[in-house]
Structure formats: structure tokens, C-alpha cells
Design a protein around this ligand. Structure first.
Ligand SMILES: Cc1cc2nc3c(=O)[nH]c(=O)nc-3n(C[C@H](O)[C@H](O)[C@H](O)COP(=O)(O)OP(=O)(O)OC[C@H]3O[C@@H](n4cnc5c(N)ncnc54)[C@H](O)[C@@H]3O)c2cc1C
Length: 289
């Protein structure tokens, strides 16, 4: 199928883009990598009257460290995240996730902002950002909002973003000493969306106990979510195989998978246990350095 006719603009900077979105509120949509939006338009599930292509808004492409946080531009591609040396060294979980997204073409063009704004219930970044307690920066002509990734993913393909807002940046606290993370993705074939995806970032105190913990799950609910019950089980605990099994069970009980072409819900619940265990074990190894 081909999409219905639409207008197309390529603003030169963020200010112009925001102005156009405000003027055409409700009928304009932002175009980033196009890998999610264009297929929807071809199926006529999305019918924007105007596409606002962000490719010339180069200020949104960067990845940097500012003080105690990493800042990733909304138009940073999966590949640029995969290949950023400072980000990868501090947060190898970001490399784990980026490496498993789609194929080289998707990674070259698809963007983190597009993935987060699209909010596919099986997307990888939303689980990782919740495990990392990241924040999402949204801009409109009226100003800037910084919202926690937790709570941003409201439902399937539904987020807290307003039609006149652009996701300009993701902010991730830089991990301190004793911190390690891992993203474990179960997929049917390389390049597929997750059957189950589990992101873990943990920080160990001087006494070896878990000081901070973040666990994000994808593909096993209406939207990616934080496995808060598993986090509660682990916070303050000394890491052990038994504790990890308990937490993995809690994560599985909090998940709400559906039967689909990736497998029955019962299988996915079992896989949440397995992948959570693997992610916790891998994160612990990294946290211990
Ligand atoms: C074959 C295939 C395999 C894939 N595999 C995976 C996978 O394994 N894991 C995974 O997580 N994803 C996967 N994806 C999705 C891929 O990561 C997409 O790139 C991503 O979901 C959307 O990013 P995009 O830059 O292409 O956004 P677009 O398609 O351009 O936009 C998507 C939506 O977000 C909005 N939007 C985009 N950018 C912004 C912004 N800065 N501010 C506000 N709104 C914005 C658009 O208006 C649109 O509604 C796959 C996609 C395909 C086609």
C-alpha cells in the first residue's frame, strides 16, 4: 500500500521545527529514522497531513557527558550509541542493547528518540532507560520538561509526549564505583524484536550489598515497565544465586505477557525468570569490575 498524500518540511533548526509543530498541532508528525512511522503510514494506520523531518536538526545528534550524567540527543542513532567509546565504557548495557536492535540498516538510521517516542511494547530502549533511572527531555515552543523514564511509557504505543513536543534528549546518571549493568534479549532470530528483554543496572556498596538496583522489562506487558517487586527484593541484599532466583520470580509474576507469534504467555513468563537471572549475573560480574 502507499500512504495518502502528505506535506513534507525539513526545518533547519529546532526552533523552526517546534514552531511548525505548534502551528500544525494535531496534524503534523515528526520524522526521525522513519523505520516505525513510514510502515505505519503505508498501512494507513498513521495519516499525518505533514511530516516534519528532523534530519537537519543536527544539534539532536550528539552524545556527551555533562557533569554526572550522559546526554544522548533524540536523533542519536542506535549505531552512534553502539560506537560511542565513553558511553560504552561507563555503561556497557547501552552497547548490549544497541547491538541487538534490528539489522545494520536499522541501526544506521533508527534513532533512540524515535524508539522512545514510538513506544513499541517490545522495544529495547524503554526497558534499558527504566533500569538506568534515565530522564527524558521534551521541548515545545512553551519550554522544556524533564520527565522520568519510569512513568513515561503509559500503554502500547502511548507515552507522556504531547503532539507539539519534540524529544530532544535522554539523560542518564553516570554510574559510580561498583556499578554494573547488562541487557539480555531473547529473540527468535538475530534482528527480531525481543520475545523477552531484561535490563539490569546495579550498584554495590563497600560492604558488597546492593545499594541501587534498576530492572526494566520489555515485550511482556502492554508497555515496557520497571520490575519494582524484584528491585524491592534485591535492594540492600547481599547478591547470591538464591536472591537472584527470588527476584527473577518476582519479575515474572509482575509481567503480563500475551500469547502471540513469539510464543505462549506461559513460555514468556518462564523466560522472564531465565533472562532476569542472566541479566543479574552479568551485571554483578561487571559491578565487581
Ligand atoms: C525490521 C525492523 C526491526 C527492528 N528491530 C528492532 C529491535 O530489535 N529492537 C527495537 O527496539 N526496535 C527495533 N526496530 C525499531 C527501530 O529501532 C526504529 O528505528 C525505532 O522504533 C523508531 O525510530 P525511528 O528513528 O525510525 O523513528 P520514526 O519511525 O521516524 O518515528 C517513530 C515515531 O516517533 C516519533 N518521533 C520520532 N522522533 C521523535 C522525536 N525526537 N520527538 C518526538 N517524536 C518523535 C514519530 O513522529 C513517530 O510517531 C525495528 C524496526 C524495523 C523496521
Amino acid at each position: 500500500m502507499i500512504p495518502p498524500a502528505f506535506d513534507y518540511v525539513r526545518p533547519a533548526d529546532l526552533g523552526q521545527a517546534l514552531k511548525i509543530l505548534k502551528e500544525r498541532e494535531g496534524e503534523a508528525k515528526v520524522l526521525s529514522g522513519g523505520f516505525s512511522l513510514l510502515p505505519l503510514m503505508k498501512l494507513r494506520l498513521a495519516q499525518p497531513a505533514l511530516l516534519v523531518d528532523l534530519r537537519d536538526v543536527v544539534d539532536l545528534n550528539g552524545i556527551s557527558r555533562v557533569g554526572d550524567e550522559f546526554r544522548i540527543g533524540g536523533r542519536a542513532t542506535h549505531r552512534s550509541i553502539l560506537e560511542d567509546p565513553a558511553l560504552g565504557a561507563a555503561l556497557p548495557i547501552m552497547r548490549d542493547a544497541a547491538a541487538g536492535i534490528g539489522d545494520p540498516q536499522i541501526r544506521n538510521w533508527g534513532t533512540i528518540g524515535g524508539s522512545v517516542a514510538h513506544a513499541d511494547p517490545a522495544a529495547d530502549w524503554p526497558a534499558v532507560l527504566q533500569a538506568l533511572h534515565a530522564s527524558i527531555v521534551l521541548q515545545s515552543v512553551d519550554g522544556e520538561r524533564v520527565v522520568p523514564a519510569r512513568g513515561f511509557f503509559v500503554d502500547t504505543f502511548v507515552t507522556g509526549i504531547e503532539p507539539s513536543e519534540i524529544l530532544t534528549e535522554i539523560r542518564i546518571p553516570a554510574p559510580g564505583k561498583g556499578s554494573g549493568g547488562s541487557y539480555q534479549k531473547l529473540e527468535r532470530r538475530a534482528g527480531d524484536f525481543s520475545t523477552v528483554g531484561v535490563a539490569v543496572q546495579m550498584t554495590l556498596g563497600a560492604d558488597g550489598r546492593i545499594n541501587q538496583i534498576g530492572i526494566g522489562l520489555t515485550a511482556v506487558g502492554d508497555a515496557p515497565f520497571a520490575a519494582t517487586k524484584a528491585e524491592d527484593a534485591l535492594r540492600g541484599a547481599t547478591p547470591s544465586a538464591e536472591m537472584f532466583r527470588e527476584a527473577a520470580g518476582a519479575a515474572s509474576r509482575q509481567s503480563r505477557p500475551a500469547d502471540d507469534s513469539h510464543g505462549p504467555a506461559e513460555y514468556k513468563r518462564a523466560m522472564v525468570i531465565e533472562m532476569t537471572n542472566r541479566a543479574l549475573a552479568a551485571a554483578l560480574v561487571r559491578a565487581k569490575g
